[in-house]
Design a binder for this molecule. Structure first.
Ligand SMILES: NC(=O)c1ccc[n+]([C@@H]2O[C@H](COP(=O)([O-])OP(=O)(O)OC[C@H]3O[C@@H](n4cnc5c(N)ncnc54)[C@H](OP(=O)(O)O)[C@@H]3O)[C@@H](O)[C@H]2O)c1
Length: 344
């Protein structure tokens, strides 16, 4: 089978397309014949590592996310699963079998049944876009002290959610999940084009953080402030966090875009009994990710979770041979979802 690998850290040039034996699933694992892989920033960041030229042994196939059909099962796994369409998550986390390949191996619980989207769109495009963005967004939306732990209609009713960077992949997922869950959704963006993307995803209100006063605009919409802030860029947005949070509110911080340091004003955050919750999908509680995967499937089945231009997430397709270009597109901040087409 064809498999992209890297054997040392570095720029996209370290990625090589190779031929490999099909891996055999071990106990509790399934093998998935992939149709699509989804590319996320974590893929190029892992490939880059802490600097170029560090050996990677065994060879690593990049790619956490993908979708395809189960084609073999290991000991202890129901053979009836063979042929099931699935989306996979965390395929390359502490495992060599990422999704930039014709086949991957994952523990059976990381291969989740993939329903047909009700709008008739390609299920494998959607499946490849679910893992990292939607599990991260789900975690961010369910870490508040006063819940909920599950998402779906009504679960966030009465709450105001501020999604920073709503045109990003995680931002888009957070907007779709929060909208489905009946929150009032406000999103910040940096341009009119990105405002359209966030609105298409389902944001009720969009604020351009480059030329509008985010806290003032937010307070016009939600005088009490945001109950939940989903934050991609806490350093530059520290004043929005301090000025925009409601009493008892939570800030879910999932990235350090714009800088790894943050200076926070204690008094306004103390006054609101603010909760700052950091989120990394890999080390998030396992049970939370299983709940998230179930909710995501329910959202797909309901037609509430989609990808593509109509929901502000255009699909940017690359071939397996173009995996390096796909990584570069994500690193360059492509607007949309970068997908690697593996087979039809
Ligand atoms: N913790 C986790 O588990 C986890 C999971 C997934 C992703 N991540 C990380 O999260 C980040 C985003 O991932 P992604 O896949 O969503 O990337 P993406 O699609 O490139 O989106 C990044 C978004 O951040 C926005 N942004 C940057 N600075 C901003 C600011 N000051 N205010 C508001 N928005 C701002 C960008 O919009 P503008 O350029 O217009 O500002 C862009 O829309 C990456 O650093 C990624 O590594 C972390």
């Amino acid at each position: 089978m064809k498999r992209v690998v890297y054997t040392e850290t570095g720029d996209p040039g370290v990625l090589q397309l190779t031929e490999a034996e099909s891996p055999e699933p071990g106990p509790g694992e399934v093998r998935v014949r992939l149709r699509r892989a989804g590319v996320n920033p974590t893929d190029w960041k892992s490939r880059t590592g802490s600097g170029p030229g560090q050996p990677v042994d065994p060879p690593q196939t990049p790619g956490q996310d993908g979708a395809g059909l189960i084609d073999a099962v290991g000991e202890g796994v129901d053979p009836a699963l063979v042929g099931l369409p699935v989306w996979v998550w965390e395929a390359a986390f502490q495992r060599p079998w990422g999704t930039a390949a014709e086949q991957t191996l994952v523990p059976v619980h990381q291969a989740v049944s993939l329903p047909d989207p009700p709008d008739g769109s390609d299920p494998f495009d959607l499946g490849a876009a679910l893992g990292i963005p939607f599990l991260t967004a789900h975690r961010c939306l369910t870490v508040a002290e006063n819940g909920p732990q599950r998402l779906g209609p009504g679960t966030l009713a009465g709450r105001t959610v501020l999604v920073a960077g709503g045109a990003g992949a995680v931002g888009n997922a957070a907007i779709q999940l929060a909208r489905w869950s009946d929150a009032t959704v406000i999103s910040t963006v940096s341009s009119p084009q990105k405002a359209q993307s966030a609105a298409a995803a389902g944001a009720d209100h969009v604020i351009n953080y480059r030329n509008q006063d985010v806290v003032a605009e937010l307070r016009k919409i939600a005088p009490h402030g945001a109950d939940l802030i989903i934050e991609v860029s806490p350093g530059p947005n520290a004043a929005i966090i301090a000025g925009g949070l409601a009493v008892g509110g939570t800030v879910a911080i999932y990235a350090n875009n714009g800088g790894d340091e943050v200076t926070l004003s204690i008094r306004p955050l103390m006054t609101t009994n603010a909760r700052l919750q950091f989120v990394l999908v890999y080390t998030a509680p396992h049970e939370a990710k299983l709940r998230a995967a179930e909710d995501v499937v329910a959202g797909v089945t309901a037609g509430a979770i989609r990808v593509g231009e109509p929901v502000g997430l255009p699909l940017l397709h690359f071939s397996l041979e173009e995996t390096a270009q796909a990584h570069q597109a994500v690193e360059d901040g492509a607007v949309g979802k970068v997908i690697i087409d593996i087979t039809d």
